[in-house]
Design a binder for this molecule. Structure first.
Ligand SMILES: [Zn+2]
Length: 734
């Protein structure tokens, strides 16, 4: 899984936006700022699994009741006891029951659901809930005693199951699908079908116990044996159904207007479906692999973007196949859905959010991260409740490895080398409870750094050879950190194992200094990163007016000159305030690597007014009445202010107010003039801090595009004019 700010504004952008806030605003403590944007496993003893030796085989028949959003189902599950223990019961996960209460539903989609609730006021809180109701359990035609509680279904066997023996159990069930954005849910014209049938839990023969944990509130709990599936779903005939495996469709002979869609998927980690009457399917086959994108044809030129995504998928699958081990299945499918800010991996299938006009298929790192999960989750399984690093750390490293080899500078290894998470006092080898709300930095960011460190330590050839061996040992099985370390020991030697062991278990792990970027490389990296982010943020709105505050940063990042002009005749109090505000601004410009000049005396101003200032973007600070530049350009500024609906004259005469506006440079159509002003001699003491905060906010790429704002006496926004920035909501208020 991966949380994503926006398709083109990647996870990293989020990270550096934080760095921006953090460094530019010394008032906020590190922990506070970083916590703010609440918005990104036992050695198997199974012998080589071939088709007819899979430990678990499912035959599932289900009927989708799309009017009442229910699924009536029955499944025949054959379970082979490959442990050394004699078993008297078997246990299934019933994760659909996580939807029985809000208290057990994942917190990941909580915010989405709140928005959905606002859009759909007729929906009651209970509509967002669901669950699975077990109707029957039987073996050999005899019913069995069962109990379903806390997301685990326990079935008592009539006869004990000895090592090597198999049992076939039939289970009847009914599912209520919740409305909203859960893994199992319906919303608009889609049904998201994950966790909808009872799934065999993994038996731990060392502890002599079944895994009966409920699904994680904060993260993922997907830990399964690779199994054989044959799933038949009865749906209305106009539905398209996406599932993993080979799909065939037959009209329902008994019920006109309906059809049965069958998917056969052997040796597969899990089974899900996505269904919609509006899905279009784009299918491309190359070298025996078919990639299919199920998408909504709701935008001009969408097919072109879909084809570009499919192209990236081919490239990524080929890359990981060569580096780690061959993708073994004949098909791979992608589901477009309405999830926002998150994408989810399943076996042979990934779930993405909506494609947008500015989606960038060649650089969509989230997309590649989900594809990498085919190797780290779907093929090499792991207990993602206990050792999430094994899938998330490797998927995130692989995403970066791919970008690096594609020549994508910003998303390549530099993005790992620049990260510093040493302050975060949690080991990578944490379980979900221990990682808590910090799953992203712990499993993804620190995790991929530990893998990168290993890569640097041993070099690419040896690293690739180790990865191939790891894949060989654990494909279609479940890996553990201990198994990973064994593989490192066997392929890369004792020292490499020790280093990795330390990296994974030391709470203070930080990338070794010799593998980090130099200061100069870091500065260049940030500059490029900011340049790209401002560009992509500003390009999201077609015909966005020239006069927006953050555009002045974009122009400076693109290489246009920038001059800061202070009010030179300010009194001593105002002078001190101007200096405080200038320091904050300079901090931000410094981080972004933007060159600028500051003019604070009238003589220099006069000298430069004729020539240099006519070609520069300008930020003026202070009272209009004593700012030489504003006074000199006053008639032009008044004229240009009309274009943004800012009544300059009356605003400048309003007592005790302050704020900012941006206009076209009166001398130069292609330059901007941004004025951070206050009326009267100085700001009131308690307004300086909010004034500076609002200034930095208005200049950021991730906030709305401000044209002007006016603050009241205490520095709160009293009125403003701004154009909504679609990514702003992903960055949230502190
Ligand atoms: Zn992931």
């Amino acid at each position: 899984m991966k949380k994503t700010a926006f398709n083109t504004v990647s996870q990293k952008t989020l990270a550096f936006s934080l760095a921006f806030t953090l460094a530019a605003c010394p008032l906020a403590s590190a922990g506070h700022v970083l916590a703010a944007p609440a918005a990104a496993s036992a050695d198997s003893v199974v012998a080589a699994q071939t088709h007819d030796q899979a430990r678990v085989a499912y035959g599932i028949d289900a009927r989708l009741d799309e009017k009442n959003m229910r699924i009536q189902g029955s499944e025949t599950v054959t379970y082979r006891n490959t442990s050394k223990d004699t078993l008297r019961k078997i246990v299934f996960h019933t994760f659909a029951d996580a939807n029985r209460s809000k208290a057990t539903q994942t917190s990941m989609f909580e915010q989405n659901n709140e928005e959905i609730q606002k859009e759909n006021p007729q929906k009651k809180p209970e509509d967002f809930l669901g669950g699975i109701y077990i109707r029957s359990a039987a073996a050999d035609g005899q019913s069995l005693v069962f109990s379903n509680s806390n997301q685990a279904l326990t079935v008592e066997l009539k006869q004990e199951l000895k090592p090597g023996e198999a049992v076939t159990v039939e289970i009847g069930f009914e599912v209520k699908i919740p409305f909203g954005m859960q893994r199992l849910s319906y919303y608009k014209d889609i049904i998201n079908g994950a966790h909808w049938f009872p799934v065999m839990s993994v038996y731990d023969e060392n502890k002599h116990e079944w895994d009966n944990k409920p699904y994680s509130k904060t993260f993922e709990t997907d830990y399964y044996d690779s199994s054989d599936f044959e799933v038949r779903i009865n749906v209305p005939e106009d539905y398209q159904v996406l599932m993993p495996g080979t799909i065939t469709t037959q009209a329902d002979p008994k019920e006109p207007g309906r059809k049965v869609v069958t998917a056969v998927a052997d040796n597969t980690r899990e089974h899900v479906f996505f269904a919609s009457p509006n899905y279009k399917v784009e299918s491309v086959t190359r070298d025996g692999l078919t990639i299919e994108y199920y998408y909504f044809d709701n935008m001009p030129d969408k097919k072109k973007l879909v084809d570009e995504y499919i192209d990236t998928a081919f490239k990524a699958i080929q890359f990981f196949s060569e580096k780690y081990g061959k993708y073994p299945y004949p098909e791979f499918r992608i589901a477009e859905s309405y999830v926002e800010g998150v994408a989810v991996e399943f076996a042979r299938v990934i779930q993405m959010g909506q494609i947008r006009p500015n989606s960038d298929p060649a650089h969509d790192t989230t997309f590649v991260h989900e594809i990498a999960h085919q190797w780290f989750h779907a093929l090499i399984g792991n207990d993602s409740e206990k050792e999430s690093f094994l899938d998330e750390g490797f998927a995130d490293f692989s995403m970066v490895y791919f970008a690096e080899k594609q020549g994508d500078e910003l998303n390549g290894f530099k993005s790992i080398q620049i990260d510093d998470w040493s302050y975060l006092d949690k080991p990578i080898a944490s379980n979900n409870t221990e990682a808590g709300g910090e799953a992203n930095p712990v499993f993804y960011k620190k995790g991929r750094q530990a893998i990168y460190q290993l890569y640097r330590m041993v070099g690419e050839d040896k690293f690739d050879a180790f990865m191939k061996e790891y894949f060989k040992r654990y494909a279609h099985k479940n890996a553990t950190i201990s198994g990973l370390l064994h593989t490192i020991q066997d392929t890369l030697g004792e020292e490499a194992r020790k280093e990795m062991d330390k990296a994974l278990h030391d709470p203070q792990f930080a990338l070794k200094p010799e593998y980090r970027l130099s200061e100069a490389e870091e500065a260049a990296y940030w500059r490029e990163q900011f340049k790209t982010s401002y560009r992509s943020s500003l390009s999201q709105i077609p015909n966005l007016p020239a006069e927006t505050m953050s555009r002045i940063m974009d122009k400076a990042l693109q290489g246009e000159p920038l001059t800061i002009v202070m009010s030179d005749q300010a009194g001593s109090k105002a002078k001190k305030q101007q200096q405080t505000i200038l320091t904050q601004l300079e901090g931000t410009l410094g981080i972004m690597g933007i060159p600028y000049e500051v003019i604070s005396d009238r003589q220099t101003l006069k000298k430069k007014l004729e020539k240099e200032l006519g070609t520069s973007n300008i930020i003026a600070i202070g009272s209009a009445k004593i700012n030489g530049l504003i006074q000199a350009l006053k008639p032009g500024i008044m004229q240009k202010s009309k274009a943004i609906g800012f009544d300059w004259k009356s605003r400048m005469n309003q007592t005790a107010s302050s704020g900012a506006y941006v206009v076209k440079h009166p001398y130069n159509q292609n330059r901007l003039l941004l004025h951070f002003f206050w009326n009267g001699d100085a700001l009131s003491d308690n307004a300086v801090e909010p004034f500076a905060e609002q200034m930095l906010k208005a200049l950021n790429f991730s906030t709305d595009f401000y044209q002007y704002y006016v603050l009241n006496k205490t520095g709160q926004v009293a009125t403003d004019k701004k154009i909504a920035n679609p990514i702003a909501k992903f960055f949230g208020e502190e």
